[in-house]
Design a protein around this ligand. Structure first.
Ligand code: 6GU
Length: 235
């Protein structure tokens, strides 16, 4: 999979060289390029934003550098581009969306500041590419960089061969193979730590009983923390 990231803060993406995503890059599963949007500015101060038409607080990202950046990325490879635009005004990002994005050949992350990119850039992109505007949740980040890191990690770990044991993708919270329950609590050795014992049933060797206990704990947690996943109202 080809990944391009366009940002005025390319240093935010240094950690992608670490851990699982870093290994996927080293193995050639992921081809990542991070681009500084200021590459496509032409004034002395490399200006990327300006005041909003209609007034109001904050700044809006100018369309010209974005237009040139996306033209340059399109020209650099024949792979079809899916543009991912992180914005608090986007569709809530879900595991289902991560699977959809993991099936694409090329993702281009367009990181704007939270007041956003001039809407004409998005409209222009929609006529030429697939565009996905995503939000991580109902809170505000300063820009799309941290959100892009989260989406990239969620997508890359789904690519074939990235996770050693693919069964772990099935068991975890929010995977589609787990009827949308939160994950049950996990324990490892030692059997007693600071007077706290591991639940007896997990040491029993009775796999049917263990599965039943885990299902009950998962249901309990989900009812308590995410009743919306069970189709119930928040209380
Ligand atoms: Cl995707 N971007 C920004 N700027 N803020 C957010 C967000 C995204 N998701 C939640 N807050």
């Amino acid at each position: 999979m080809r990944l391009d990231v366009v940002s005025i803060f390319p240093d935010y993406f240094a950690p992608l060289g670490l851990s699982l995503v870093g290994k996927a890059i080293a193995a050639g599963t992921v081809d990542l390029a991070v681009h500084d949007l200021r590459t496509w500015t032409h004034d002395r101060h490399h200006t990327t934003d300006d005041t909003p038409y209609g007034g109001g607080a904050g700044m809006v990202m100018k369309p010209e550098p974005w237009g040139e950046a996306l033209d340059a990325l399109e020209a650099a490879s024949p792979l079809p581009m899916t543009i991912v635009v992180p914005t608090p005004a986007g569709r809530p990002f879900t595991q289902a969306m991560a699977y959809e994005l993991a099936a694409r050949e090329r993702l281009v992350f367009a990181c704007g500041r939270y007041e956003g990119i001039d809407q004409r850039v998005i409209d222009h992109c929609r006529e030429r590419y697939d565009v996905v505007e995503v939000s991580l949740g109902d809170y505000v980040l300063n820009g799309g960089e941290v959100a892009s890191l989260a989406v990239i990690e969620a997508v890359v770990r789904l690519l074939p061969g990235v996770i050693g044991n693919p069964d772990s993708l099935l068991e975890e919270s929010h995977s589609t193979g787990n009827e949308q329950l939160l994950e049950y609590p996990n324990y490892t050795k030692p059997p007693v730590w600071r007077d706290r014992a591991v639940p007896e049933v997990l040491l029993s060797g009775n796999h049917a009983l263990i599965a039943k206990w885990r299902r009950e704990r998962a249901m309990e947690r989900t009812r308590e923390r995410r009743p919306d996943l069970l189709g119930e109202d928040f209380s």
